[in-house]
Design a protein around this ligand. Structure first.
Ligand code: ADP
Length: 268
């Protein structure tokens, strides 16, 4: 088993990031998908991951959702280990109970929104808080109403998903994830399954989260214009590593690495 004695039990001091990947390696068989990855996301920061297909972008999000086991390294959220837990003063791989709790700090929106089809928009947003967080129904309802308002879906709150457009379903999915009060929100290609004419309504919701709410967010997108617009920082992934990162105006305006230049000129 990996020697974890060099990894801190928790992160302390000033400037503890909301998310820290510390030398994280993920392999599928012989394929190294994340290679000793170090990545911090500060509280309130919006970080976007771009890069060629297969470079490990989605794996970063799946690791944070604890949907994948970690081969090496430790991920921390809000200073505490996510993938590991403390036992007798040492880090050991997290057990299922620990993971279930740790995972509730992370909210995720996927390309396919997976709303509960038999529930209305409002019920979709109340389900997690009531069933998982044990919130009282009245409180969950009030919060769900606020969140549907935030994503501009108040007037559709009693509709079932099948009666909503893809863009509307995605907005409900964002409200549903926010209802769990996550410390970190993940967005994985949230617009790529949508018709072009409804992409704007979803990106506008994410934009308003960035501008008005101090949420920590990590997003994977193919939409370079959107990434440029709303990110505090953009990370260009190549072969499971961050090849180059920086403020969007620098990374898009003046990329330093040849691979970044090639990628950006190919997607333009
Ligand atoms: P990206 O999001 O950048 O397109 P991914 O993170 O989805 O890349 O995948 C990175 C690599 O890992 C790809 O080569 C992919 O084929 C491989 N991969 C992803 N999931 C699995 C899996 N469950 N089993 C085997 N290989 C996988």
């Amino acid at each position: 088993m990996e020697d974890l004695s060099n990894y801190p039990l928790e992160l302390t001091g000033d400037n503890v990031p909301m998310v820290r990947f510390l030398k994280v390696t993920k392999r599928y068989g012989d394929l190294v998908v994340l290679d000793q990855l170090d990545l911090d996301v500060a509280e309130g920061e919006m970080v976007t991951i771009i890069g060629p297909s297969g470079s490990g972008k989605t794996t970063v999000l799946r690791m944070l959702m604890t949907l994948e086991t970690i081969n090496e390294g430790v991920i921390y959220v809000d200073g505490k280990p996510l993938t590991h837990m403390e036992k007798n003063g040492k880090l050991v791989p997290a057990d299922r109970k620990y993971l279930r709790k740790a995972r509730s700090q992370i909210g995720m929106c996927f390309q396919h929104f997976n709303l509960f089809p038999h529930m209305t928009a409002l019920e979709n947003c109340m389900e997690g808080p009531v069933q998982v967080l044990g919130m009282k129904k009245a409180e969950a309802r009030e919060r769900a109403e606020e969140l549907l308002e935030l994503v501009g879906m108040s007037d559709k709150r009693d509709q079932h998903p099948s009666r909503l457009s893809g863009g509307q379903q995605q907005r409900v999915a964002i409200a549903r994830a926010l209802a769990m009060r996550p410390k970190v929100m993940l967005f994985d290609e949230v617009t790529s399954a949508l018709d072009p004419e409804v992409i704007g309504e979803v990106t506008n919701v994410i934009r308003s989260l960035v501008e008005k709410h101090n949420l920590t967010m990590l997003m994977v997108t193919h939409q370079m214009g959107f990434a440029k617009d709303i990110s505090d920082r953009v990370c260009f992934f190549f072969d499971g590593k961050i090849e180059e990162q920086g403020a969007p105006e620098d990374l898009f305006g003046n990329p330093q690495k040849e691979r970044t230049q090639q990628f950006l000129s190919a997607v333009k």
